[in-house]
Design a protein around this ligand. Structure first.
Ligand code: SAJ
Length: 403
């Protein structure tokens, strides 16, 4: 049996996938409401294919509880935020989960940590917990997740994976567990290498996006079309630049690279600058809004609306969302009044929030596309008479401005 600890964006799909492939699974989370929602037959977030996977796992006998189980395998998938001041990884959720597991785990059990951590964290923060409890009979493994929100179910099956273990034998045993559903290649390595690869993958993407964002600023300054330039450059066989945008959100690309800055401040220079560039984008968009309002002779900010509140398209996750960052910045400048709408956000989370696209569009003259949800792509006709700031280059209308 596998006890999956932490039933959030990664733990839940992983638990469901294992259960759907014949593994006996119990999912544990300390959040009673979350567990009771799952036990009432509902998933806790929207993700393509997740509801079908959930049904399949229920039929296969998955259980959800707040209790930690006595078993030989645990998967820990709890959040690892970063400390806003030191930039270092905050491993306290992992440590808390491990401490709880150790109260019930039998000798010889394997603790597989899926949460993203910076290189050396397991040695520095987790192994001492085992030592303090005199539990040298426990195996530690790091199997960082790699799935992308929006395509999690497909990627769980098809992505390659990394497993870091103290010895080959344990690594191979854990590999066998993941092979129950994973069709990708699974590399077995040591724990620190596995920790570093995960952080490096997300850092690579963050730096590439920062490069695109910096190009957008240069092109804006000198009247060049950044999208056309990136498109042509990417036709070169060894160039692959990502797209500029209104900022970088989510719990991964906007967080994990900071771990390297926090741990290696005098070495991680490019990464530090890249993260600052990405973080500057919501303010850059806010300035573009003011610029365009001036150009269009508009003075009333309450007739401007932000389309999208989530951190990216077609997901309901708002963590580190560029729209929330922009709204915060606007509040700091005492210029509140922007209207907001997102089809994936049903609860009221900000002031001036709308719950229907038509009501939102009727209330504004100027729409800022912060998130490229399919909904807006399917309703571009409705924007024909609006002033538009298209932060993702998805709208081919003469009245659309860009970042
Ligand atoms: N973004 C851009 N320009 C782009 C691509 C993305 O501005 O060209 C923005 C998005 O709008 C979003 C942010 O970056 O705000 C992050 O989105 P994303 O789709 O790039 O990535 P995440 O955070 O959803 O998922 C990433 C993935 N990592 C990599 O592709 C290297 C995923 O595979 C990881 O599993 C995930 O982080 C994670 O959990 O670590």
């Amino acid at each position: 049996m596998v006890n999956v600890i932490g039933l959030g964006y990664i733990g839940l799909p992983t638990a469901l996938m294992l259960a759907s492939h014949g593994v006996e699974v119990v999912g544990t989370d300390y959040n009673k409401n979350l567990v009771s929602t799952l036990n009432s037959g509902h998933t806790t977030f929207k993700e393509s294919g997740l509801d079908d996977l959930f049904k399949c796992a229920i039929i296969s006998g998955i259980k959800f509880t707040i209790e930690y189980q006595v078993t030989d395998s645990y998967i820990i998938s709890v959040p690892t935020p970063y400390d806003k001041f030191s930039k270092k990884v905050d491993a306290s959720f992992v440590v808390r989960a491990i401490t709880e597991v150790l109260k019930v785990a039998p000798g010889g059990a394997t603790l597989i940590i899926e949460s993203t951590v910076s290189p050396g964290t397991i040695e520095k923060a987790v192994r001492p917990v085992l030592k303090a409890e005199n539990r040298t009979d426990i195996n530690l493994v790091h199997a960082p997740e790699r799935i992308i929100p929006g395509n999690m179910v497909f990627e769980l099956i098809h992505n390659n994976r990394t497993i870091g273990a103290d010895n080959k034998e344990i690594g191979e045993k854990v590999k066998e567990l993941y092979t129950s559903f994973c069709q990708g290649e699974i590399v077995v390595t040591d724990i620190k290498t596995a920790e570093m690869t995960k952080v490096v993958e997300n850092t690579f993407r963050a730096v590439n996006i920062a490069f695109a964002n910096e190009l957008a600023k240069i092109c804006r300054h000198d009247g060049m079309d950044v999208y056309e330039i990136i498109k042509i450059c990417n036709m070169h066989p060894r160039v692959n630049i990502l797209q500029p945008g209104p900022g970088v959100g989510g719990h991964c690309i906007s967080v994990d690279p900071w771990f390297l800055v926090g741990d290696y401040p005098s070495l991680a220079k490019v990464i530090d600058e890249a993260m600052k560039t990405n973080d500057s984008m919501p303010d850059f968009v806010l300035n573009r809004i003011y610029e365009i309002m001036k150009e269009e002779g508009m003075s009333d900010i309450t007739r401007v609306g932000l389309y999208g509140l989530t951190y990216k398209e077609n997901v309901d996750d708002m963590r580190e969302s560029p729209t929330l960052q922009l709204l915060e910045s606007q509040e700091r400048h005492l210029a509140t009044g922007l209207k907001v709408y997102d089809p994936f956000v049903v609860n009221d989370v900000v002031v001036n929030q709308y719950h229907s696209l038509d009501d939102f569009l009727n209330a504004i003259d100027f729409v800022v596309i912060m998130v490229k949800h399919n909904e807006i792509r399917d309703n571009i006709e409705k924007l024909r008479n609006k002033i538009i700031l298209d932060c993702h280059n998805i709208i081919d209308l003469p009245n659309a401005y860009h970042i």
